[in-house]
Design a binder for this molecule. Sequence first.
Ligand SMILES: NC(=O)C1=CN([C@@H]2O[C@H](COP(=O)(O)OP(=O)(O)OC[C@H]3O[C@@H](n4cnc5c(N)ncnc54)[C@H](O)[C@@H]3O)[C@@H](O)[C@H]2O)[C@@H](O)CC1
Ligand SMILES: Nc1ncnc2c1ncn2[C@@H]1O[C@H](COP(=O)(O)OP(=O)(O)OP(=O)(O)O)[C@@H](O)[C@H]1O
Ligand SMILES: [Mg+2]
Length: 347
Amino acid sequence: MVTRAGAATAVAGAVVVALLSAALALYGPPLDAVLERAFSLRKAHSIKDMENTLQLVRNIIPPLSSTKHKGQDGRIGVVGGCQEYTGAPYFAAISALKVGADLSHVFCASAAAPVIKAYSPELIVHPVLDSPNAVREVEKWLPRLHALVVGPGLGRDDALLRNVQGILEASKARDIPVVIDADGLWLVAQQPALIHGYRKAVLTPNHMEFSRLYDAVLRGPMDSDDSHGSVLRLSQALGNVTVVQKGERDILSNGQQVLVCSQEGSSRRCGGQGDLLSGSLGVLVHWALLAGPEKTNGSSPLLVAAFGACSLTRQCNHQAFQKHGRSTTTSDMIAEVGAAFSKLFET
Ligand SMILES: NC(=O)C1=CN([C@@H]2O[C@H](COP(=O)(O)OP(=O)(O)OC[C@H]3O[C@@H](n4cnc5c(N)ncnc54)[C@H](O)[C@@H]3O)[C@@H](O)[C@H]2O)[C@@H](O)CC1
Ligand SMILES: Nc1ncnc2c1ncn2[C@@H]1O[C@H](COP(=O)(O)OP(=O)(O)OP(=O)(O)O)[C@@H](O)[C@H]1O
Ligand SMILES: [Mg+2]
């Protein structure tokens, strides 16, 4: 409802703008030029912010060294993959390897395992997720894993989701960082307590997943005109869990700080790009926590890691689109990970 005070404020605002325009037209540069300058200053400022944050990402990347052994740069687990979806866990797990993890595991339903193995000899695939001992089977591996990515291609079968609930609880008990994506977010929307307050969790919702989570946690629709505020509020309501809202610009918050990633991508939106993001984030989260807050200049390591994964995914999309245009698919983006990583982080 428009109140009388609100209407008066709007009229006063319009009058001020009109007077300013008239004054500028008579005595100063055209209003368009003033607005354009203000906009370019804001843009320059955000480019500077982006560059500063990219520098923090560079700080957390472990140097390659001949003295390291296999596994030291990351052993990542992806929990997902069912009869319908085999591409998503593959994309996430191979992206983790391409970014620089040494070993990448997939814990999936038995029907998905031979398919995922056939995509790649580089992944270690465990057909355990639909077994009655699923939690115990995954728990055996937890001491050897640095981070878990939960949800790509998981599906929404109740029995699988119950097992994943157990895996999440076991991971929290061991303080293992978790990236939650796709159907993992479906589970969190049913049971936010599962992740509430866990400081080593990052959620990576797309548009739909974000509004579903927001509805479930804040019990009301989000304000689509205030995406910064919505991401901040969701993070706070989940006990300061880090949230990455993917979209035209990615908006990231840990309930205290809000970052925006607008690295140039493309207008191509093929399925699987989010899986590349969550898989690479699994590695970056591990590296960021290992590096600690000194390397991130006091910023949250998880936010820095998330900013790195968003920038990298968008840069892969940009590079792949330059070569393949409309026919770009996620496999083309994965082929760009090495070059995109060097361009952003090894300058
Ligand atoms: N090759 C594969 O195996 C793939 C499997 N996938 C899996 O598919 C399952 C379902 O994932 P979905 O992402 O479809 O999740 P949802 O079933 O929640 O659907 C998301 C919906 O939101 C829509 N959407 C996305 N961005 C939007 C925007 N900005 N505005 C309005 N609508 C928007 C999409 O078109 C989609 O229909 C997950 O397990 C996921 O991992 C996907 O990762 C894609 C690739
Ligand atoms: N409109 C857009 N413009 C530019 N980049 C975008 C846009 N929407 C999403 N992206 C980028 O695409 C990547 C994946 O986001 P998206 O919303 O497609 O995830 P998703 O739906 O989970 O993908 P997936 O198909 O893998 O499940 C992110 O890096 C995000 O920054
Ligand atoms: Mg997704």
